[in-house]
Each structure stands twice: as structure tokens, then as C-alpha cells.
Design a protein around this ligand. Structure first.
Ligand code: SAH
Length: 302
């Protein structure tokens, strides 16, 4: 999974209609704007520390960051920007959207001398997982020239790479101050199950097909992520469902404002709002969890 995704992200921009999948910030500017508003508000309630930084993990095309930074600027917050991104292709896209950003390969490489405002949308789901059946790790073998799984049964998933990223992030927030918004699809409670999935051209495909040519992800276990954060001494808020979180942050009012200033786009704006919020679309499957320093306030909407 690690090798496939490294190759996959290094060799294309997978986002949007012409690619394989569409993420929330690519659906509407409202998503990044509300993230920016929540961050600016948390920063204001933390007494506006001057040395704060904006950090994004796996920023895609940089769309979320540029929408969030625009709103933060109007609230008097203009932080330096740090991106954790391994794909050179996507780094180039991010540089167009946010030219003054700095790039890092890992959370561990982020600067360590001031509070962090961190956003990770659809980042943890892309990190590699392991699956176990009856305590034995499930492996991929080659049978008659085809990739195949070596065992089936009730699956328990673990993701050491994800755990390490959450731990490193939580330790930083405790030591430096700040808050992280983790947004991803997944479940609120730990449960067994096979959640590995592959997506190509906006549809599901068999996970072992087309290695390196389709997006491999798994659902995030938010209970487990929260436990790692708390173990590191951080506080958590949520998880909340994405739809109700966006509504509490004011997406309905924001959609109305945008539609009033561009009436010819009203139907498109309403369709985007529905896609982000409705329980039968992204509203319920996607969850939002805040990890924060005990000295920082709980971000709005959670
Ligand atoms: N947050 C963006 C993109 C999500 S796609 C959005 O919402 O549109 C996943 C992102 O994580 C891509 O930018 C991908 O290149 C990056 N990524 C995947 N694995 C990574 C890893 N191990 N380290 C750093 N970035 C990674």
C-alpha cells in the first residue's frame, strides 16, 4: 500500500473531475473558508500569539490552504505556511496556490518554536495499513500470476504509519501550543472490519487491481486516533460529523451570501453545500476531530 500510494501520488494530480476523486475543498471554497474561520477564531481566543504557523498535512492542490488563508487574513492572521507533502507533482501545484509556503517530508520535520494551526483533510486515510485475521497478518501473494490475499476472515486493521503521524503531531501541539483539525472518512468507535478500498476515475475498483494506478485508502478509526492524542497529553474535541460541523460553523449563511453575490451560480452553490453536508453524501461518513494543546480552546463547531 505504501509503495503503491507513493508511486500513485508522485506521478499524477489525482484530484477533481479529470482525475480519480474529488475532495471537500475541491467541491467548494466554503469548506476551506470555514476551516480558516474556525482557526482564526481559536487563535483569537488563545490571545493571538504572534509566532503561530499554519500547517497542512497532504495539502493536495493547496486549494483548502488558499481559501483558509484568505479568511484568516481578513481576521488579522497572516501566519507562515508549512506543508507536509511527499509528492513532487503535488508540491508543484501547491506552490502555484501558496507560493510562500515551505515544504517538509514528515510531521517530525515541522519547525518546533511556536504554536501550530494544523489541518489534515483526507491525509490519514492515505497512509498504509496492516490487516490481521485471527492475530495473523494478512499478506498479498502471487497465485497463477495474479496478486491475491493469503487469508480471509474477520479483519482487524492497524496503521503504524498513521499512529506515528498522530503521535508526532500530538506531541508537538502539547509542547508548542496550537490545534489540529483532522477531517476524514471513518468511524467514531473502534470496530473490526475490512475498510481497504481503491478508487479510480470516481468509482470503486478491486483493491489489488492496477497497482500504483489507483487511490488506496482505508477508514480512519477516530476512537484510536483520539486515544493516541490523549496518551501524548493532548486534549481532543469531537469527533463530529462533517455535515453538522459545517452547519455549526455557518455554511448555510455563507452559501446564501455567495448565492446573493452571484445569482447565476445559486444552484451550483446549493448543490455543493448539499454534497458536503447531507448525511447520504459526505455529511455523515466524514468526521472531524480536533487535537489540541491543553492551553488552547476547543475550536468552534465541535
Ligand atoms: N488534503 C487534500 C488532498 C488529499 S489527497 C484535499 O483535501 O484535497 C492526500 C494528500 O496526501 C496528497 O496531497 C498526497 O500527496 C499526500 N500524501 C499521501 N501520502 C503521504 C505521505 N506519506 N506523506 C506526506 N503526504 C502524503
Amino acid at each position: 500500500m505504501e509503495a503503491c500510494n507513493t508511486y500513485y501520488y508522485a506521478t499524477r494530480d489525482p484530484l477533481g473531475a479529470a482525475g480519480d476523486f474529488t475532495t471537500a475543498p475541491e467541491i467548494s471554497q466554503m469548506f476551506g473558508e470555514l476551516v480558516g474561520a474556525a482557526m482564526a477564531d481559536a487563535w483569537a481566543r488563545a490571545s493571538r500569539p504572534a509566532n503561530v504557523r499554519y500547517v497542512e498535512l497532504g495539502p493536495g492542490r493547496g486549494t483548502l490552504a488558499s481559501d483558509a488563508l484568505r479568511v484568516m487574513r481578513s481576521a488579522g492572521l497572516t501566519p507562515p505556511v508549512h506543508f507536509v507533502e511527499t509528492s513532487e507533482t503535488l508540491r508543484a501545484a501547491q506552490k502555484k496556490a501558496v507560493p510562500h509556503a515551505s515544504w517538509h517530508d514528515r510531521v517530525e520535520d515541522l519547525p518546533g518554536d511556536g504554536p501550530l494551526l494544523v489541518v489534515a483533510n483526507e491525509f490519514l486515510d492515505a497512509l498504509p495499513i496492516r490487516q490481521h485475521v485471527g492475530g495473523i497478518e494478512r499478506r498479498i501473494v502471487i497465485t497463477a500470476g495474479q496478486l491475491a490475499f493469503d487469508r480471509d476472515g474477520e479483519m482487524v486493521e492497524a496503521s503504524p504509519a498513521r499512529d506515528q503521524a498522530v503521535l508526532a503531531l500530538s506531541e508537538r501541539l502539547v509542547a508548542l501550543g496550537g490545534v489540529a483539525l483532522i477531517i476524514d472518512y471513518g468511524h467514531e468507535r473502534t470496530a473490526p472490519g475490512d475498510t481497504l478500498q481503491a478508487v479510480r476515475r470516481h468509482g470503486f475498483t478491486p483493491v489489488l487491481a492496477n497497482p500504483g494506478e489507483q487511490d488506496l485508502t482505508s477508514h480512519v478509526d477516530f476512537q484510536w486516533v483520539g486515544e493516541i492524542a490523549r496518551e501524548a497529553g493532548a486534549f481532543i474535541s469531537g469527533p463530529a460529523e462533517q455535515g453538522s460541523w459545517l452547519e455549526r460553523l455557518g455554511i448555510i449563511a455563507r452559501a446564501r451570501m455567495l448565492a446573493n453575490s452571484a445569482p447565476e451560480r445559486a444552484a451550483e452553490i446549493e448543490a455543493a453545500r448539499a454534497r458536503l453536508c447531507r448525511p447520504d453524501q459526505m455529511g455523515s461518513l466524514f468526521k472531524v476531530l480536533a487535537i489540541r494543546s491543553p492551553e488552547w480552546p476547543s475550536p468552534a463547531g465541535l
